[in-house]
Design a protein around this ligand. Sequence first.
Ligand SMILES: Cc1cc2nc3c(=O)[nH]c(=O)nc-3n(C[C@H](O)[C@H](O)[C@H](O)COP(=O)(O)OP(=O)(O)OC[C@H]3O[C@@H](n4cnc5c(N)ncnc54)[C@H](O)[C@@H]3O)c2cc1C
Length: 384
Amino acid sequence: MTQVSAVGDVVIVGGGIAGASAAYFLAQAGQRVVLLERETQPGYHSTGRSAAMFTETYGPPLIRALTAASRIFLESPPHGFAEHPLLTPRGVLMVAAAGEEPELARFIREAGGTVALEALSATQARERVPVLQPAAAVAAALEPAAMDIDVHALLWGFVRQFRRAGGELVTDAEVVSIQRDGARWRLADRSGRVFEAGVVVNAAGAWADELARLAGVAPLGLVPKRRTALTVEVDPALGVGGWPMVSTVGEGYYFKPDAGRLLVSPADETPTVPQDVQPEDLDIAIAIDRFTTATAIEVQRPASTWAGLRSFFGDGLPVSGFDPAAPGFYWLAGQGGYGIQTSPAMGRLAAALIADSGVPEDLLARGVSAGALAPGRAGLRRSG
Ligand SMILES: Cc1cc2nc3c(=O)[nH]c(=O)nc-3n(C[C@H](O)[C@H](O)[C@H](O)COP(=O)(O)OP(=O)(O)OC[C@H]3O[C@@H](n4cnc5c(N)ncnc54)[C@H](O)[C@@H]3O)c2cc1C
């Protein structure tokens, strides 16, 4: 007879921010949860490679609603969740180069309805970020309430509190088989350990479709997209620490202060396959070219470089819900470029839907519905 390593109400596959946040809220609700992560530590993939921003103007309306609904948790997490604030003020300065003013006006119209935005002249933009070249910012809009997120503290807050509530984190646990056995799911990892639960949560990030295939569940057409980032040294006399993040409405780049340096990205979105993704030389060169064109800062070589995956379904929205064709198989994937800032709301929603208690009132009030995030919704590509 097979020896079972752990039995829970719920087994979650994937120890990134999606799996950790769901684990936390499920454990708070009294569920016995086992969280399985392939790597030696949680957060090694997308979660550990983000730009760590919280901005309520980013993404489609449903994402903005989930972000806004996450703010209260991030601003005032439960006592003992983290030793330091999870959010610190940053701001986002959205800039338009010559010819891009209509796009900036559209951005202000769309986002300004729900989020406080200040329209800035070119001079005002350069007062905030003096290195901006005049041509790079002929007009701008500031989102003052955008924040830096302490991603490490958030992830580990979820993990620590989930374990404190009796949850079990198992690392070095790559799930290689998933089978339905009566009313339960039985998962095996590469070293032969077996885990059982009535519900399996697919929080495998870029690998979510692969994981579904392992369970005999039809994939939903998830596309991982590579995004490149690097840091550059800057003259300490510039005092970059107080600058907002600068992001362009036009050809992509953004940069933001990062521990005395600037983090720069060309905002690339190259479709690829799930993997431990590495940066390409060309993308790094493009990032440096766009950054040095937009600013008065010269870059000899970056101080560090990396890449991460932002995974999207066809309609650009995440999935959170039970698969209609596989009882007890819960999808929690496709968080794109917003998975950190939406994680409190997404984790809480997943826990509520798994407990069959419906969408929490505050999320409903913001227009979040189970149908909009359901794996069975129109707009998702199912293949064999
Ligand atoms: C450059 C960049 C900038 C970003 N900036 C921001 C930002 O400013 N704000 C924001 O909110 N978001 C940002 N994002 C997006 C954010 O990082 C992601 O949306 C989020 O991290 C996704 O979390 P996840 O848990 O789904 O995925 P992951 O963190 O990738 O976690 C999935 C986990 O599943 C594990 N796994 C997969 N298959 C198996 C298996 N078979 N068995 C066991 N474990 C398995 C993997 O090892 C992995 O650890 C950014 C992303 C990138 C790349």
